[in-house]
Design a protein around this ligand. Sequence first.
Ligand code: ADP
Ligand code: MG
Length: 435
Amino acid sequence: MSFEYLGLSDEILSALKDAGYSEPTPIQAKAIPSILQGRDILGIAQTGTGKTASFTLPMIDILSQGRARARMPRSLILEPTRELAAQVAESFEKYGKNSKLTMALLIGGVAFADQERLLDRGVDVLIATPGRLLDHVERGRVMLTGTEVLVVDEADRMLDMGFIPDVERICKLMPQTLQTLFFSATMPKEIKQLTDQFLKNPKTIEVSPPSSTASTITQKLVPVAAHDKVKRQALRHLLRGEDVKNGIIFCNRKKEVKVVCKSLKIHGFSVGELHGDLPQETRMEILSQFKGGEIQFLVASDVAARGLDIPSVSHVFNFDIPTNPEDYVHRIGRTGRAGKEGHAFTLSTPRDKKYLDALIKFLGKEIEEEIYPEFQNKPEERKKTSAARKERKTRDDHSPRQSKKKKSSRRDAAEKDEPVIGMGDHIPAFLLRDG
Ligand code: ADP
Ligand code: MG
């Protein structure tokens, strides 16, 4: 199937050719024609499957007719983080390079005088984070009554970040004639309710079951003895794997990110860290070094797991099993993007049992184990754990042992080192460019 059959204009087809896209991804193939027909869409597809182009491409054509009025954007795209907003803006620049659409970006934390000037003049596309947008609406700097198309991207992420009340408020400020597009990797019931409320006779496009992981990713579970040292040894062993070109190593806590990164550096790995405690310039710098191949590995908290598009990551390593099973899908979605092959390894210690159970329940299937005897202190104990897991599957309630209780209270304390959401206050580089 080629892009030519989707009803897109020649200008877009030529931009796509320049971008090197030969055929649409499944969500693009299904969503684009319906969006061009003016339908509301609920698009669910796992991360890395090209959802951005699913809405940007038809929007460019829809908006090519008509003109923007002062302070009344003709379309609005809501994104949960400023990085994602910046990424979508870059996509618009890339796919819309043959069109004359104007665009502005309103993202949290920083004042952008030039973006506000653009808005004052009128823009075809406004990309915003919900809080920042409402701020502007309240100050009378933006009016939503002229909006023709609304996109709520990463709807599940919006939910996680507590943006849903803001999204609801924004939806209510929209005109009746609005075309609304929702995109999400997963479909929690809160999002379903929202779409029932705000989408008119939507076409639901689901290219794979919700919460599933891309089939181009091979997933392995690597059991290790609980000790941190053994865990880091196991990680190094995996990192030295033959086909490992580059990779992201996810840890649950930023403290862990620092420890793992430092230890990998000591062992001679080319590695950088990414978490919310770093100054914004450092984060952008590290990300671009990783994208550019100057550093081979990135140790990250879940901050980097959602939405950020880093092409060609061959491997994802979960140093910890995520406490929230959905994060697993997002983490491993950093590899295997756009049909490329990817590999995900997850280290699992007996301490992670609770999270492993939750993950397997969420995925609806076991993750294939890869056993390295050297990383298991006592082989007979390992047998016990896997036997115990089998037993657990058939037995729902069992009273926790005393020792387990102690461990979990320690873990609770550690969890107070809260996960970081968003990447803080950085300003995307292209916004700082002149002109
Ligand atoms: P999602 O929003 O579903 O997580 P993205 O829209 O960020 O995914 O796209 C993931 C990657 O796939 C991006 O690098 C994008 O440039 C690339 N991509 C999207 N569509 C195509 C296509 N039709 N052909 C090749 N690459 C594509
Ligand atoms: Mg996306």
